[in-house]
Structure formats: structure tokens, C-alpha cells
Design a protein around this ligand. Structure first.
Ligand SMILES: [Zn+2]
Length: 326
């Protein structure tokens, strides 16, 4: 391969990606010197997450930027807009056009997005067995011939491949590692993409600024899962949860920790916003998610306890109980 091509800015317009992906894609192109930094910086309207794709100047054609030294995993978050506030996801390899659908309950929207982008859904993954995560399986599998993947013990009909800790799901050139993450139910999976695009799909285990309930699971086991398998991941890992409960969870954080300025600022910023605007990271979660802040003096004090009287696990369990009745 010769020198990577420099794109002609005039011919460059954004299409086919959501805004968060576009921002990452453009940054990658600059980083790889595929477009000149000064041109990127002088873009007239910028490329902010809040703008629509049409308002940006340049276009990224997934085929054109693909090469052996440039590979990006595309994540499209699909906002269902139902009362349970579910997110569905398509994870795609733009080089091969293969895609994975995660909990595609809004099956028509997932199929339409895949078609629009020229992707083929090869696999459907369920993070767990709850109805609001599996109800689109039949429609997506029937339309695409996709393989259905789920946890070893999940009670889900029609599973083709059962996975557990350490198993790998391939999406074109990309790999996702399965993590066994019980607690919300006893058969919950999270899937983790490694590398400089590291991201975790957490289902109902971890939400933005909160965690899933444990009515069908076990809060003590949720503590183990979150403390040993999720909290330990790198801070720049992007977090893609199964639901949007951001505002309500931030309110709980502020109820527990009124001086948490990061949570307060974020609530103000996202209160009336489109729920697909914030893609948080584990680092951000450690600042705003009460269940990742078990050693916070304010949180412990609010539980009417003195600093050393509760273990981290006891703090977690007390917070889970408080959130259940809040
Ligand atoms: Zn659930």
C-alpha cells in the first residue's frame, strides 16, 4: 500500500453514521493523517454531537476510508422511545458490512438501519432473558437468517449459540468478548470490545449513573459483578447500557451526594435532551454512578454510618435497597 489518500475536502460530506460515530470517525481520520488537521479545525460549523449530520460539511464513506491500516467498529445506538426507555444496538464492521444486533426489540428500526447502511445482520445477541430485550429476536432472525446468541442458562427460545465468560463473538474484523455478569438476573451477559475503540454493552447490569434492579437476581452477586468485572475496566471504555434512566439516576446520585458537581452539571446539560446524545465512559460513571462510588464519605455518611463501620459490599446493598424504594 502507498501513502494513505488525503481526502478532498470539497468532496467530503458526512453520511451514514450517527453524530457520536461521526465525531470519532473524523478524529480517527485526523489522527491517521488521512485528512489534514488544519482543515478539520477550520470546518465552518464544527461537528458537534448536537448537530445533525446534514449540517456538517464533510462526508465519510465507510468503504473509502477502509484499508488495512484503518479499522473502526461502528456502534449505532437505536432509541426505542418506549415507556421502558430501551436502547437497541447495531455493532458493525464497515469493511465487511457485517453487523451484530444487540437486544433488537424494535426490530423494524434495526432492520431498516442495517438496510440503509448496507450492513448484513449476522448475529443477534441478547444480554439477558427479559421480554423487553428478546421480543424482536424472531423478526430479525427471520428477516436476516442471523444466529441467535445468548447466555448459557438464559431462558430464551431459539438460541443457536450459548456463550459464557471468555467466549468471543466476531463481527467482521472485530471481536467482542463475553463477560458473565450475574446480578440483575442470574444469566446476564455483557460484551466488551477491546482496543482503542474499547466499549462495553451492559444490558441491564450497568446503566448511566445507576445499575439494574435485582428483583430476578441477587444484589450481593450484582456487587461482585460490578466491583470485579466492570469497575476494573479502563476509564476510557465507552458504556452502552440497555436503557436510558440517566436523569432519574442522576437525581438519585444527587439525593445521596448533593455536592456531586459532575452529576449536577450533567443533569442540567442533559435534562431535556435527546437520550442518544450522551455516550458515557467508565471514567465518567465513576464520578456520577453511586454504585461505583462506594468509598465516597458523603454517600457513607448519608447511610447514617461512620466511615469504617460498613464494608463496600454493605454500602452497595444499602444503596440498592434505598434505590428500590426511592
Ligand atoms: Zn432486564
Amino acid at each position: 500500500m502507498g501513502a494513505p489518500p488525503i481526502f478532498n475536502p470539497v468532496a467530503f460530506k458526512i453520511s451514514g453514521f450517527s453524530i457520536p460515530n461521526t465525531v470519532r470517525y473524523v478524529s480517527k481520520l485526523v489522527e491517521k493523517r488521512r485528512i489534514p488537521r488544519d482543515w478539520h479545525e477550520m470546518r465552518p460549523s464544527g461537528c458537534d454531537k448536537r448537530q445533525t449530520a446534514n449540517s456538517c460539511l464533510f462526508s465519510i464513506d465507510a468503504g473509502a476510508v477502509s484499508s488495512d491500516n484503518f479499522s473502526i467498529m461502528i456502534v449505532e445506538q437505536i432509541w426505542v422511545g418506549n415507556s421502558l426507555r430501551n436502547y437497541n444496538y447495531l455493532v458493525a464492521c464497515p469493511e465487511t458490512g457485517e453487523a451484530l444486533a444487540i437486544d433488537p426489540t424494535e426490530s423494524a428500526a434495526c432492520l431498516r438501519m442495517a438496510k440503509d447502511k448496507g450492513w448484513t445482520i449476522r448475529h443477534v445477541l441478547n444480554t439477558h432473558e427479559h421480554h423487553d430485550h428478546v421480543s424482536g429476536n424472531d423478526a430479525v432472525c427471520a428477516a436476516t437468517g442471523a444466529t441467535l446468541i445468548a447466555h448459557q442458562t438464559a431462558q430464551i427460545p431459539g438460541v443457536d449459540r450459548r456463550v459464557g465468560a471468555g467466549d468471543v463473538i466476531r463481527v467482521g474484523r472485530h471481536e467482542l468478548e463475553c463477560l458473565d455478569t450475574p446480578g440483575h438476573t442470574m444469566s446476564c451477559l455483557c460484551v466488551l470490545a477491546h482496543g482503542d475503540e474499547s466499549a462495553i454493552f451492559t444490558g441491564d447490569v450497568l446503566f448511566n449513573a445507576g445499575i439494574g434492579n435485582c428483583h430476578g437476581g441477587d444484589p450481593g452477586i450484582a456487587y461482585e459483578t460490578i466491583s470485579t468485572r466492570l469497575r476494573t475496566l479502563p476509564d476510557d471504555t465507552r458504556v452502552y447500557p440497555g436503557h436510558d434512566y440517566l436523569n432519574r439516576n442522576l437525581e438519585f446520585t444527587l439525593d445521596r451526594e448533593p455536592d456531586n458537581q459532575v452529576a449536577r452539571d450533567l443533569l442540567k446539560q442533559y435534562e431535556a435532551q435527546d437520550p442518544t446524545l450522551l455516550i458515557s465512559t467508565l471514567g465518567l460513571e465513576k464520578s456520577i454512578n453511586t454504585f461505583l462510588r462506594l468509598d465516597s464519605p458523603a454517600i457513607i455518611e448519608r447511610l447514617s454510618a461512620s466511615k469504617d463501620s460498613l464494608t463496600e459490599k454493605e454500602v452497595f446493598l444499602a444503596l440498592r435497597r434505598a434505590r428500590d424504594s426511592w
